[in-house]
Design a protein around this ligand. Structure first.
Ligand code: HH2
Length: 275
């Protein structure tokens, strides 16, 4: 089944990473219990859905096997779904997506934008919501030299093509979301232009998701003396970027800081609804 977007306001997606914490020695089960607890806390803060990820997509990150990824995320997805939490699964692996959908996830969030044809099949079969994100290159190397003719036109064209192909292969049009993929094969200037011209991607007439939370372009812009601002110093910048995206028509925002995001979005919505 698909995820139904709330009407009249932006939906808030809380980020939940289930990757073993190298600083704790409690083992995977301990990390998973903490992950469930953190997800429930985000729901209390107003998250509409929880994006569960078992593989880091950070620039330079090494890939993990489908078995390992499932071992990390499946127990967490199962427990959250059992408790009635809406779950998005952040994966580019069809077998991981399939098992998580069977366990009750309603959104597949694929940062490769459905590059694997088997992923399209899984999503079509399940009738889930699918978030098609734009990425130039692959995580290991994507930040080395991203180039576009016109970043917004190029991203827009590639997203439209991926959506069209998914629909041709059986995904329902109303189940498709698009995401410009802030930070995925983009320079600081590319990211800024994509946010400022997000309305052009919204004009494709799919719900648009935006992920700006704590991203490195914010660290770069707010840093000083060549040092990027730390993750803790990126909250206000994340909220500013999110509100611009909301103004341009974004329907979903992916965030690490749910309470602050909900408050900023509420205020922005009140202004946008007036007059
Ligand atoms: N960004 C990250 C991961 N998944 N999915 C979508 N749809 N859009 C995004 O912008 C997006 C995403 C990367 O975020 P990062 O800060 O590298 O890691 P995380 O948020 O997983 O902690």
């Amino acid at each position: 089944v698909p995820y139904a977007l709330p009407e009249g306001r932006i939906a808030v997606m809380g980020v939940l990473n289930v990757t073993p914490d190298s600083f704790s020695d409690g083992g995977l089960f301990f990390d998973q219990a903490k992950a469930v607890e953190h997800a429930l806390h985000m729901v209390d803060e107003g998250a509409d859905l929880i994006d569960v990820g078992g593989e880091s997509t950070r620039p330079g990150a090494e890939p993990v096997s489908p078995e390992e990824e499932l071992r990390r995320v499946l127990p967490v997805v199962t427990e959250l779904a059992r408790r009635g939490v809406s779950v998005s699964i952040d994966t580019s692996k069809p077998e991981v997506a399939m098992r998580c959908l069977q366990a009750g996830a309603t959104v597949v969030n694929d940062v490769t934008g459905l590059r694997d044809p088997a992923m399209v099949e899984v999503c079509a079969e399940a009738g889930c919501t699918v978030c098609v994100m734009h990425m130039q290159g692959e995580p290991r190397t994507m930040q080395s030299n991203p180039t576009y003719d016109d970043v917004v036109n190029d991203v827009k064209r590639e997203l439209a093509e991926a959506a069209r192909s998914a629909i041709e292969h059986g995904v329902a049009k109303e189940n498709v979301w698009l995401d410009p993929g802030i930070g995925f094969g983009k320079t600081v200037a590319h990211n800024l232009e994509l946010i400022n011209r997000l309305d052009e991607i919204v004009a494709l007439d799919y719900p648009v998701l935006i992920g700006v939370s704590r991203k490195s372009f914010i660290g770069r812009l707010l840093g000083s003396e060549g040092q990027p601002a730390s993750a803790e110093q990126r909250l206000e910048g994340s909220l500013a970027a999110q509100v611009i995206a909301q103004t341009k028509g974004a329907r979903v925002v992916r965030t690490h800081d749910v309470a602050a995001t909900v408050r900023a979005a509420k205020l922005a919505q009140a202004i946008l609804s007036q007059g």
